[in-house]
Unconditional design. Sequence first.
Length: 354
Amino acid sequence: MIERLEATLEKYNQLEQELTKPEVLSDVKKTREYSKEMASLEDIVNCYKRYKRVLEDIENTKEMTKDPELGEMAKEELKALEDEKIQLDGELEILLIPKDPNDDKNVVVEIRGAAGGDEANIFAGDLFRMYTRYAEKQGFSYQVYNSVDGTAGGFSQIEFIIKGKNAYSLLKYESGSHRVQRVPVTEANGRLQTSTATVLVMPEADDDIDIQINPNDLRIDIYRSSGCGGQGVNTTDSAVRITHLPTNTVVTCQNERSQIQNKEQAMKVLKTRLYELELQKQLEEAGAARRSKIGTGDRAEKIRTYNYPQNRVTDHRIGFTTNNLDRIMDGALDDVVNALVQEDQKRKLQGEEE
């Protein structure tokens, strides 16, 4: 582990030196590339520097334990330092786990009402509120680019982007089928009903990702916008639907004010969809990596149940249960997200040891 840490520190220092050179600073692309790589190493480097200081303090304190006057106090300090070393050992072990290259990206989220008719659409609306409230609590922003309202409320389909540092690292475990158990407002006889909505979370494809799209492979349809989007949204034919013919991937954007803006947004999302297809292909080829994941990320996979009568949320993949459904639906997702992150780290550590 120490060899890897020293190599990381050396790389960080090299990048720091490179960023002082005029020829690098005059090259915007290179400056951004080096700065991004430095930022990805920063947590490891800072933790390792603390670790080295603690090791040095331990050696100095061991000498002090031999002093007749300061010995007892030094022993107490030595115990605290050794406890800190153990804690830093654990932190460094986790930091050295190979990082998902998409973790720092924004996310594209799609939520659809599934089994359960109107109640499924209402639940899809509840999930949309849950994720956007969570995003706000994290200091993230979000933007809806397409939505289809449910007839009794909620959405039969809603697609949006959440933007913020490390958004994908926190929300990547949310893909799958979410199940709700409650008495629907649409149920006249007060009977408990089970409905589902599906969630798909994808890392937004940025400019660094090379996804080639042949214009001849696209069919672009223009039509009149509907649903939310602000005053004037229904007055022009501004909504855009793009179909990528080789993969039959369809992207719709109607919430921007102009046709040009909708087309630009739709192309960004299409790039993200094609990038996700490529990621899934790579995962399937690396079977072991998929087995070690928390779930498959497939929409059909039931990942979580929201039981309203018992105010309970259960994540079936890791056996996590909490009786704070009301708070979770208001965006307090931290306990669930942290449990998933910790379990993912544990599985990756086990995989490395094997």
